[in-house]
Design a protein around this ligand. Structure first.
Ligand SMILES: Nc1nc2c(ncn2[C@@H]2O[C@H](COP(=O)(O)OP(=O)(O)OP(=O)(O)O)[C@@H](O)[C@H]2O)c(=O)[nH]1
Length: 509
């Protein structure tokens, strides 16, 4: 049997509301994470942009200093090309050649000097006086090369200290022959290493950047800055010489310098016509300094936005939760009120008020669909005597026991069991005809009897009930009270018929 009316549904069990809350949390999480990820992607992208820009700037500068070096060597070579035929023909006077050498030197300020050595290395002609009367340059590498190589090509050798001025020079030289084609000596135009220093100082490469020109074996001609890697030192062990140049004569790269330990991005270029390499680099830290500042700024802005999002969103969700909690407690109060208003406080089953409502509803439903509605009325026998003998509290316990019997008496969903008043109970049975009502009534009477509650003033020795029942198919004009009256009359007959029995009123019409 159903206890009539179960009251409002609890809010917390509403899966839709719980889903909305989870959705709100998920949206907050996705929005926050999304903002962070998009920002991260942009920040990383802009880092690559800064590095690419640095590569471009380095490559352009490496190209331009390579051009400069090439032009400087070519200019020296023009001097050599002019001198070699004159020396080989042997028709020009020594004075004229001396004069020519001076003119060449004056016209090309990058030249430290111009020199002619004979087949033994002795100084024949020179723009700068020899360090000693018997000066001899046959020990120089360029001299050795020309003496043993028949090639008449221009030779650029590793930088060395000038014997005439003591400064660092880059030797550019050629061999000349005698009329029989034998080695007759060497012409040398030496380029001042300072020439490169003066040119390179104009470029802005940051505080830790570097500009470099080397021989292709890694011997440094000039490096800016000059704190490490001086002229003549080798950087053959650097990443650029070990790997980059072996792969390609032109390129960009990044590595930690073997000279000063600074992490740099660089561009390099091997010269087309001479065995030289130029390279320009910038410190990675300096290249990325501005990016770092911007990234930190954008990052903090995003952090503030995400925090605001979490703050506002979290606040909204918290308000949602609060509202749900309020709704929940209201629902709880409603349930309690419903309970108070509709439940009998002693037995916990439906009270008279709820029974009356159920009767109205079921009566009209039965009238509408034309189905039978039965009412069973139960009254405890000799209950006054029970109270008198065992006391009022025992009487209450007896009523609870009877209601327990009725409560456990499952008949059908939709039935209503109620305390009608005092020691009187009712059971309303929709869709139940007279035969069904009789069956239920008899079972109830039997169950109470079998419960076996001692009652000395009852002739059978235990608590019993008298039951009156009636069933009808209501007409739309009938009143619910009629069913009550008939059931009550039947109950009266059961009482007057000797109690502990069931009585039904047969339909009068
Ligand atoms: N303990 C207790 N007694 C109640 C309660 N409600 C009604 N009563 C008592 O139930 C008794 C009903 O007595 P009567 O109407 O004379 O009927 P009866 O003694 O049962 O006799 P019959 O019904 O004719 O068998 C009265 O003494 C009421 O005081 C209740 O909630 N608790």
């Amino acid at each position: 049997m159903r206890m009539a009316g179960t009251g409002p549904e609890p809010v917390q069990d509403n899966p839709g509301t719980r889903r909305s809350l989870w959705l709100a949390y998920a949206l907050l999480l996705v929005a926050g994470l999304g903002a962070i990820l998009v920002n991260l992607a942009q920040v990383l992208d802009s880092k690559q942009l800064y590095l690419r820009e640095a590569d471009k700037a380095n490559a352009n500068l490496a190209y331009s200093i390579a051009q400069h070096a090439q032009e400087s060597i070519k200019e020296a070579d023009i001097v050599l090309s002019a001198l070699v035929p004159l020396l080989e023909r042997g028709e020009t006077s020594a004075d004229t050649i001396d004069q020519l050498l001076l003119t060449f030197k004056q016209r090309s300020p990058q030249l430290a000097g111009v020199f002619v050595y004979d087949a033994e290395g002795r100084w024949l002609h020179y723009t700068n006086p020899p360090p000693a009367a018997d000066a001899n340059n046959s020990d120089r590498a360029y001299f050795q090369h020309h003496r043993y190589s028949v090639s008449r090509d221009t030779e650029v050798n590793s930088p060395l200290r000038s014997r005439s001025t003591g400064e660092w020079i880059l030797p550019v030289s050629r061999r000349f022959n005698d009329k029989e084609g034998r080695f007759a000596g060497v012409v040398l135009a030496s380029i001042r290493v300072d020439h490169f220093r003066e040119f390179y100082k104009h470029f802005d490469i940051g505080a830790q950047g570097s500009i470099l020109i080397t021989m292709n074996d890694g011997t440094i001609i000039y490096r800016r800055p000059e704190d490490v890697g001086g002229t003549g030192e080798s950087m053959a062990g650097s990443y650029m010489f070990q790997y980059d140049l072996k792969r390609s004569p032109v390129g960009v790269g990044g590595s930690i310098s073997t000279l000063d330990g600074v992490d740099r991005v660089y561009a390099y270029r091997a010269l087309d016509q001479f065995p030289l390499v130029t390279a320009v680099s910038m410190s990675r830290q300096e290249v990325l300094a501005e990016w770092g500042r911007k990234a930190a700024m954008v990052g903090s802005l995003v952090a503030v936005l995400v925090l605001a999002l979490i703050g506002v969103g979290g606040g909204l969700v918290a308000r949602m939760r609060k509202r749900m909690a309020v709704a929940q407690s209201i629902a709880q109060e409603n349930r309690e009120l419903f309970h108070l208003a509709n439940r009998d406080s002693l037995t916990g089953i439906a009270n008279r008020r709820q029974f009356d409502q159920a009767l109205q509803v079921e009566f009209h439903r039965a009238a509408t669909v034309g189905s039978p509605l039965a009412l069973v009325m139960i009254d405890v026998d000799y209950f006054k005597a029970y109270n008198d003998r065992y006391g009022h509290q025992a009487g209450d316990a007896c009523l609870k026991a009877v209601s327990d019997v009725l409560r456990r008496f499952k008949v059908r969903a939709g039935d209503t069991v109620a305390r009608y008043g005092g020691e009187e109970f009712t059971v309303l049975l929709p869709h139940t005809d007279l035969a069904g009502a009789r069956l239920v009534a008899e079972r109830i009477r039997q169950a109470v009897y079998e419960r076996g509650l001692t009652h000395s003033d009852n002739p059978v020795g235990v608590v019993t009930v008298s039951v009156g029942a009636h069933s009808l198919v209501p007409n739309p004009d009938d009143r619910p009270e009629q069913l009550l009256e008939w059931a009550d009359t039947a109950l009266y007959r059961a009482k007057s018929g000797g109690r502990n029995r069931v009585c039904l009123l047969e339909p009068t019409s």
